[in-house]
Design a protein around this ligand. Sequence first.
Ligand code: NAP
Length: 251
Amino acid sequence: MSELEGKRVFVTGSGAGIGKAIATLFTQRGARVVVSDINADAAEQTAAEIGAAGVANCDVTDEAQVQSAIAQAVEILGGLDVLVNNAGIEVSSPLLHQSTESFDRIHAVNVRGPFVAMKAAIGHLIESTGNVVNIASIAGIGGSPLLGSYCASKAALIQLTRVAAVEMRPTGVRFNAVCPGFADTAMVERLVPDFEAATQMPFGDLVAMKQGRLGTPEDIAEVAAFLASDRASWITGASYVLDGGLTASLV
Ligand code: NAP
């Protein structure tokens, strides 16, 4: 039997990048996935490509949209076993030069989004003894120039994951975070020019030195699939780092 056979899954931000890889791999492993994105065309295209169970779009900053999308997913799937909070944005800016509006926006997507989604999903997850996989980042563990508000938002997401795991342990619902290093998506492409200007180093050299190679969206989907599966039944409150050794290195 496939690792995720029959699991009913909702993935935010799954029209592109890591979310799309998660929706794809989960489907290949037997899950029934509802794709969701702020970009409706991207979501439709992903769903058609992978043979998803359906589409239920939302902008994760809008609580009513999130509640409605999760209700639609439950309707399509007949319940919910796994919520993957993947939607996230980056902002590249020296921290103390960043506008307050931009700081609020990144927290609205990266922290408040998963928070409202977990609240909307928890009743269904208790019913199925399901689990949540939050896509955080190594930026939630170590600091990085230009990524101050992003680092703060991902640290907050790791902490939400831990507290939810502890509080919800009696229900059997598990909460885990995945903390990737730099991976090959549009998000990282957008960061490259500013990183090269700040470090005076080609981004490829920085990546080779610090993490061996760029991660692939599929690397991250593999860890998410494991955490979502029954093989991880004793794992909750964990933050899984996958970064080619970047955070392990002092030099
Ligand atoms: P990406 O390539 O930018 O894809 C993100 C997807 O989420 C896009 O389809 C995007 O739509 C959508 N999205 C953005 N804002 C949204 C919102 N408010 N509501 C719903 N969907 C929204 O990013 P990615 O690299 O795949 O990143 C996915 C997750 O992994 C994020 O949480 C990110 O922080 C995390 N992560 C990424 C890396 C990396 O190196 N790539 C490393 C560590 C962690 P639009 O394109 O239309 O905006």
